[in-house]
Design a protein around this ligand. Structure first.
Ligand SMILES: Cc1ncc(COP(=O)(O)O)c(C=O)c1O
Length: 379
């Protein structure tokens, strides 16, 4: 197949296909909420929170407005604020650091591991000061950060660990599950996430009753009882979204399996390419491939490959082409600190390309993506 003569579209997102595949279940769930008359903090949200907690193996799950709020509400529930340093990696999505600033904390940015792109535990260790209060590892692209090493550092320095799990619902480590080695797990249900709704949504899960109780108050104007308030906000997961997510949660493991299958096909098809590096999966980890991110060995070639893919009808993207500390205006008068070299994060930003990755991709689309990348590589 010659890509230039068979230009076709391979989209980046599959949520409309997913809706069509589950249409009757999703439509019924939405109608049920509409007929219930309970749209905010109603029975559907309560049921979904129970299902999510059971699925995650956690004592509590709390639905909130989005993944960013899940993070800063958790920071606030832990009493973190001005003067407290929280460590994360510079190549995460912007919201991980943004949530630290919203809570009034100091964002400390460290480098990532050159292979997995998740936070480098040695860089975390070097970043610790007497002001450090928490580590916020991100399970980037769908692969767990090295939680055993992070837990060990946290124990040595008496730090909180809050997992940013926006990209890795259904992933696992080699000998740990998400939530097992931290104080709380925060996730996002925005449309394109592996478990996504038709808009914004987020959740926290935890075994800690104090975090559960405080977040439940904070998300609802400081109130768990009518007319009785303390300081709080409005950040709730609407029942319509909870109904949608309740349907989708039943399919998440099968979708993850399909993502892994597609990733394996990409990897087999692209293995002998000379000009790109492929994603690295740590032994025995369940990487659920929220994103399949390749890197051009030469960062100067990234733009060229991206253009080639797009010209050939493949919607590829970059996650993320500007690390947090290089964003315009950084740090906007907020408290931030860079610890050590961020060379791996910067190399990743300059060379990354995300290929289409969603469970509803069809075989000929997968084959076509492989074919186009191989043709570019052979030029
Ligand atoms: C790693 C990471 N953290 C936080 C978020 C924030 O989630 P939301 O967009 O729901 O606020 C996202 C996704 O958007 C993300 O990918």
């Amino acid at each position: 197949m010659n890509p230039s003569t068979t230009a076709r579209k391979v989209g980046f997102y599959g949520h409309v296909r997913q809706y069509h595949n589950l249409k009757s279940e999703l439509d019924a769930a939405i109608l049920e909420v509409l007929e219930s008359g309970q749209y905010v903090q109603g029975t559907t949200l309560k049921r979904f929170e129970g299902e999510l907690a059971a699925y995650a193996g956690a004592k509590y799950a709390i639905g909130v407005g989005n993944g960013t709020d899940a993070l800063w509400l958790t920071f606030m529930a832990l009493g973190l604020g001005p003067g407290d340093e929280l460590i994360t990696n510079a190549n995460t999505f912007f919201a991980t650091a943004e949530a630290m600033w919203i809570a009034g904390c100091t964002a400390v940015l460290v480098d990532c591991d050159p292979l997995t792109k998740c936070i480098d535990p040695e860089a975390v260790r070097k970043a610790i000061t007497p002001r450090t209060k928490a580590i916020v590892p991100v399970h980037l692209y769908g692969q767990c950060a090295p939680m055993r090493e992070i837990r060990k550092i946290a124990d040595e320095h008496n730090l909180f660990v809050i997992e940013d799990n926006a990209q890795a619902v259904d992933a696992r480590g080699d000998d740990f599950r998400i939530g097992e080695l931290s104080d709380a797990v925060c996730t996002s249900f925005i449309i394109q996430k592996n478990l996504g709704t038709f808009g914004d949504g987020g959740a926290i899960w935890t075994d800690r009753q104090d975090i559960n109780d405080r977040v439940r108050k904070l998300r609802n104007h400081g109130s768990i009882q009518r007319d009785v308030h303390s300081y709080g906000f409005n950040s709730r997961l609407d029942d319509l979204h909870a109904g949608v997510l309740s349907v989708k949660l039943k399919h998440i493991s099968a979708w993850s399996d399909r993502r892994i299958e597609i990733a394996n096909m990409y990897t087999a098809g692209l293995r002998d390419c000379k000009k790109i590096d492929l994603p690295y999966v740590r032994p025995d980890y369940r990487h659920v491939f929220h994103l399949y991110v390749i890197e051009t060995k030469d960062p100067a070639e990234r733009g060229n490959l991206l253009d080639y893919l797009i010209q050939n009808g493949i919607d590829a993207k970059t996650h993320y082409s500007i690390p947090i500390h290089k964003q315009e205006g950084y740090p906007w008068g907020k408290e931030a600190r860079i610890s050590g070299s961020l060379a791996n994060a910067e190399k990743n930003a300059a060379s990354c390309i995300s290929l289409p990755m969603f469970p509803e991709l069809e075989q000929e689309e997968i084959d076509y993506v492989i074919d186009v990348v191989r043709r570019w590589d052979a030029q």
